[in-house]
Design a protein around this ligand. Structure first.
Ligand SMILES: [Zn+2]
Length: 309
């Protein structure tokens, strides 16, 4: 058997976690593989950002017939380059950037900025190409595995508008993709992201009966309490960021996102090959909190920034 591909539990031998290259750190991610026929080794895959070398190995072991994409981000879809004549499924809100790569640049908010240049090498390295003919999945759709087993699509927007998780209620396995339970917390860092939706999505996941949770970048979480605690901790990061933003605002001097960047609301440092992009993504995150705190009536917008109300 493949080293990077492990059965999740014995009672449901068709479910495998597929560990992404380099411990699934960006630009790689973990996948869920479900074998639908033991004799023919037919399987379906959820995300394919494990890395090209590992995709090739996986293809030698399994006949992967379909891939469900959790969202449009490059680190979850890079394996598409290695499948020809393949069926892809994704939520309709995430299909436009998969069809038209120009939209990546717009949705990441990097067009015309120094961060734009940081994107091209990674897109080339991952061999991201436009995907045509993607089939649409919707919230609560059932993906048949065998007679008494099907995976349910759970629309969990916030990270992107069409982000989906995938849940199988009998085995109690969920594939969470970029509700990734990382220490850094939820990421709403592109134009189609939304902190309030992310908050609701985490609460939606918390309401499910889960024993095994696969994170896109953080491995496998096992046990109801461990998973619930990890989700609550993750959710709490949103509230901590609310408080950090509020602590940096005043009643008199209006402040903008630019004044709050590099105040450790999200990142602790801004180094490396994506240094420019980190600043842009932190700007998105802070703006999300400004909008949210305005809706809650805690802050207000002045001509040149935001103040406490
Ligand atoms: Zn993502």
């Amino acid at each position: 058997m493949l080293q990077f591909c492990s059965q999740i539990l014995e009672e449901f031998p068709e479910f495998f976690i597929v560990y992404g290259n380099n411990r699934a750190r960006y630009p790689y991610s973990n996948s869920l593989l479900v074998q639908i026929d033991k004799n023919s080794h037919s399987a379906i895959l959820f995300d394919n950002g494990i890395g090209h070398r590992l995709i090739r190995k996986l293809k030698r072991e399994f006949k992967i017939q379909k891939t469900y994409l959790s969202h449009w981000h490059e680190d979850h879809v890079s394996g598409c380059a290695l499948f020809k004549k393949h069926e892809y499924y994704c939520h309709n809100l995430d299909i436009p950037p998969l069809r038209d790569l120009d939209l990546f640049i717009d949705l990441y908010g990097v067009r015309g900025t120094p961060a734009e240049k940081e994107f091209f090498p990674i897109m080339q390295f991952l061999k991201i190409e436009p995907l045509n003919d993607i089939k649409i999945i919707r919230d609560n759709d059932l993906i048949p595995i065998r007679d008494d087993l099907s995976v349910r699509v759970i629309h969990t927007p916030g990270h992107t508008a069409g982000h989906c998780s995938f849940f199988e209620p009998k085995s109690k396995i969920i594939f969470l993709a970029d509700i990734d339970l990382s220490k850094l917390g939820p990421m709403y860092l592109c134009q189609d992201a939304n902190v309030n939706e992310f908050e609701e999505s985490i609460k939606k996941i918390l309401s499910l009966d889960i024993d095994y949770a696969i994170s896109g970048h953080n491995g496998l979480f096992t046990g109801k309490k461990i998973i619930a605690d990890a989700l609550k901790r993750y959710l709490n990061v949103i509230y901590e960021r609310d408080n950090k933003v509020l602590n940096l605002l005043s009643e008199k001097i209006p402040k903008t996102t630019k004044d709050l960047i590099k105040k450790r609301i999200v990142y602790k440092n801004y180094e490396g090959e994506f240094a420019n992009y980190l600043v842009i993504s932190e700007d998105f995150i802070i703006q999300n909190h400004f909008d949210r705190l305005i809706q809650k009536g805690i802050i207000k917008k002045e001509d040149n920034g935001y103040i406490l109300s």
